[in-house]
Design a protein around this ligand. Structure first.
Ligand code: GDD
Ligand code: MN
Length: 390
């Protein structure tokens, strides 16, 4: 295919997928650097933006007007680095796929060597690695480096493979591996590479090339505590052979925080301040529900987080949903206990059922996003529920 401007002479061999959230000012330097690095190689750049409020998508489109090698996917009402990367890779026909951060932290000059290595056919995926001989993290602050190191160690233990930088956000693979693996991936959170490595049917052949990570000059990092916890839960999800959906695991983790808080408040009020037990227990329950809601709102449903007045309404509905769950929990436990089950089995069964019910009710009545028009006809369909738990 020959285009009038002569910019694209043939179909792209390589697609460089760039997930973006609030990266408007990084786009121009990034695409220029990629184009320089890939001189002579037919490529395209797929920018996948989650409707950033700073107008990243609009900037990307105006750049695409001048350079047809740039393409844009703008997703509405959704957030997520991993799903953005996967959708970007699925939206191109290129046989080789790279993922790179928009903030210039990854060294785009490594791309040609990554491609050459893949084309030799001796590996399925090439990772740009900070933690092998010759690589580095540049001028990173100590704290950030420690978190990254720790996360890397955990991921390596789960992978049980000597991979230096399994959390790298900079890698390249052939379409075959993606085709075979995409449907099996959890796609939750940040850690797309670990997800890919853990989800592949047979362990992919990995090769690492060293690079030194640069510092972010414009915009800010989206990596935070919730992202770190997401990684842990993704590994739990994989560890239990995907028995429970990641969102339910996040819900349970939030529940544990609420439970710990409950005990702390109960102890403080009853033992510490001498408040009568029923009052101490009631205060602790109220406090735990509020904390539980707040954590769920920021962690479990972070991409649909309720804010302002909606958050208050959400809290009330959450308390209502939780009371239904609690009532069922108590009734079931009591019945099992009456039938002769030991106290802890009865208690555990009640709690398990109550948690599942709480999860279902709150995802439908507290954090349900408005159904899309095409869903209204089939509501309540299984598809809708499946979307809720992911
Ligand atoms: N579409 C989309 N949606 N993009 C996102 C989202 C999202 O919800 N969140 C972050 N991004 C984009 C950012 O705009 C950036 O281009 C890239 O994903 C990485 O986000 P950063 O916020 O720059 O992450 P980081 O630099 O702190 O984390 C880096 O190191 C990790 C390992 O320690 C990245 O390279 C990660 O990919 C890597 O896993
Ligand atoms: Mn970054």
């Amino acid at each position: 295919m020959v285009d009038p401007g002569g910019v694209r002479e043939s179909a792209p061999v390589l697609a460089v997928v760039v997930p973006t959230y609030r990266e408007r000012d990084n786009l121009r330097p990034l695409t220029e650097a990629i184009a320089t690095a890939l001189a002579g190689i037919p490529f395209e750049i797929v920018i996948v933006d989650d409707d950033s409020p700073d107008g990243t998508a609009a900037r990307a489109r105006s750049m695409a007007q001048a350079d047809p090698r740039i393409r844009v996917i703008q997703r509405l009402h959704r957030r997520g680095l991993a799903t953005a990367c996967i959708e970007g890779m699925l939206a191109t026909a290129a046989p080789y796929l790279a993922v790179i951060d928009a903030d210039m932290q990854h060294d785009e000059r490594l791309l040609p060597e990554m491609l050459r290595t893949l084309r030799e056919g001796t590996c399925d995926i090439v990772i740009g690695s900070r933690y092998i001989e010759g690589g580095g993290t540049g001028a990173w602050a100590g704290e950030r480096l420690r978190i990254s190191r720790l996360g890397t160690l955990v991921a390596q233990m789960v992978l049980r493979r000597p991979i230096g930088d399994p959390l790298s956000g900079f890698f390249m693979l052939g379409r075959g591996l993606l085709d075979r693996t995409a449907r099996r991936m959890s796609s939750s959170g940040f850690k797309i590479l670990v997800d890919l490595l853990l989800s592949a049917e047979t362990p992919p052949r990995v090769l690492e090339l060293p690079y030194t990570m640069r510092c972010r000059e414009l915009g800010e990092s989206k990596l935070d505590l919730a992202v770190a916890l997401d990684l842990v839960l993704l590994l739990v999800h994989k560890g239990m052979r995907r028995a429970l959906p990641p969102r339910f695991l996040r819900f349970l983790a939030s529940g544990l925080v609420g439970g710990a808080f409950h005990l702390a408040v109960l102890g403080l009020f009853h033992l510490g301040a001498g408040v009568a037990f029923p009052f101490a227990q009631a205060s602790a329950t109220g406090a735990a529900m509020t904390i539980n809601f707040a954590v769920n709102n920021r962690l479990t449903y972070r991409e649909r987080r309720l804010r302002g007045l909606a958050e208050l309404g959400g809290l009330l509905r959450f308390c209502l949903a939780s009371s239904i769950g609690a009532a069922v929990n108590i009734a079931v436990a009591d019945r099992l206990f009456g039938l002769g089950a030991s106290w802890w089995i009865a208690g555990l069964c009640g709690t398990a059922l109550g948690s599942v019910l709480n999860f279902a009710l709150s995802s439908l009545f507290v954090w349900a996003r408005p159904p899309r028009t095409d869903e209204i006809a089939t509501l309540p369909s299984l598809g809708f529920l499946r979307e809720q738990v992911r």
